[in-house]
Design a protein around this ligand. Sequence first.
Ligand code: MSP
Length: 545
Amino acid sequence: MAATGTTENTAGEREKAFYVTTPIYYVNDAPHLGHAYTTVAGDVLTRWHRQRGEKVWFLTGTDEHGQKIMRTAEANGVTPQEWCDKLVTAAWKPLWEHLNVANDDFIRTTEKRHTDRVQEFVQDLFDKGEIYKGGYEGPYCVACEEFKVPGDLLDGEDGQKLCPVHKRPVEMLKEENYFFKLSEYGPKLLEFYEANPDFIQPASARNEVLSFVRQGLQDLSISRSTFDWGIPVPWDPKHVIYVWIDALLNYATAVGYGADQAKFEGTFPADVHLVGKDILRFHAVIWPAMLMANSLPVPGKVFANGWLMVGGEKMSKSNLTGIAPQQLTDHFGVDAYRYYFLRAIQFGQDGSFSWEDFSARYTSELANDFGNLASRVAAMVGKYFEGALPASTADGEAEGVLHSALIEAVAVADDKMRALDFQGGLDAVFGYVKLVNGYITEQEPWKVAKDDSAAGQARLATILYTSAESLRALAVLLNPVMPETSQKLWDSLGAEPHLGPLAAQPVQDSSRWGQLPAGAVVTKGAVLFPRLEEQPARGDKKADA
Ligand code: MSP
């Protein structure tokens, strides 16, 4: 049976990078919230693993071939390559930079490092007898770039048949094509799913794939001959390789397949492919079958996220419901944006976005619960101890409760984040924020401050140390989600001179109490989450591109 993504050496260390991918996005249009959702999730996941001290590789990129891109370029009077170049440099790459996405690489399917290797891969399959020539006729959705199963189509006006995803008429295509013998892989795939119950997540996605494969697979058309915007089939260049075969192979070509064996073995296969639920079958059925056919290892996990919905429909440019992420970051800031979708929607389920919900969470969770906590503690250390963090010498029961709660919160957050339950992970962290707020309210340091006795001052010092030390842990835990805010907090706690850079703090170690030393210079620093009504319009040149 094919091996999955995790390998450890005898010392128990990972030899292979923890490799995470996003789908590569079609460049027919500019990105919207739905695209950014998956990429931010991947960024948070990989930042979390990096902050555990793991070797990580995070890949994103763009899918540039196929009829959809070709038609868009034609409609805009430019060549497909010109269109792709423009969209990648003016829209896609700047967005990831704007959202602070720390991808290790960005692959474009028009790059030679990709196209050459795709030809080799397909040639190998052909040489192995996995590909044959045949004819096919069926309904095709250009927006999906996929032949559809007739039974899945919706009825439109005048007897038209519609794609169930895009609600747009399908086209009947009849072609002589090359076919991959996908039908032969059904039993092997089922055996693989059985042996690897976590391969497809969440459970609803797994069930969908299982029932689809159990119905029996058809061979897959892997070439097209009616247009030429694609990678030529090496043994018959009148055909171009089907855009999905081309696209899926990005996960291999970007990490050195056929070119850099050491890099390939140190990275491939992906530990997690993040995909939207509409492209699940490509990743959970076709992709592992392609790899099995070429004797390559299959991925560790395919996780299907749900859709961001607008008015009960999938948000999309073609429905004119696509909202540009910059519209929200202008108002809420980048970190709140990164936080909001992961906190508000259970990853794997559909969710709706609303300004009201975002504003409410921003104000209550970020500005009030978290931002105020940070500014109150810094202000009190300033007021009562002239900004020098006091030592904690009078720990009591209340402090013990917080120490244990932090250990629990870190353990839960670590488990949940690694399981891609971002909502659960953030719940654990923000549960701890609430506890610290409750601790300060109960301990009333402003009253204790009035007690000039040595015991009173020791209590005051302990309360403020405990609060600051809690914030130290929160900065570490929230860094993968809100890196800019966490850095501001790290700076305001004066942590760096003693503990080093924030990104070098292992998240799993953040519960170890007493890391901030007495004497750390605490300053009030910037407001972490400005009140929305007072918030000036945020101009960001990068976002304007
Ligand atoms: N190019 C293919 C993927 C190839 S991967 C080898 C593709 N591109 S896409 O640009 O159409 O979609 C990319 C991803 O964006 C998909 O995972 C899709 O599910 C996701 N989303 C597009 N709209 C979305 C929402 N409204 N909500 C959440 N994700 C959505 O498919």
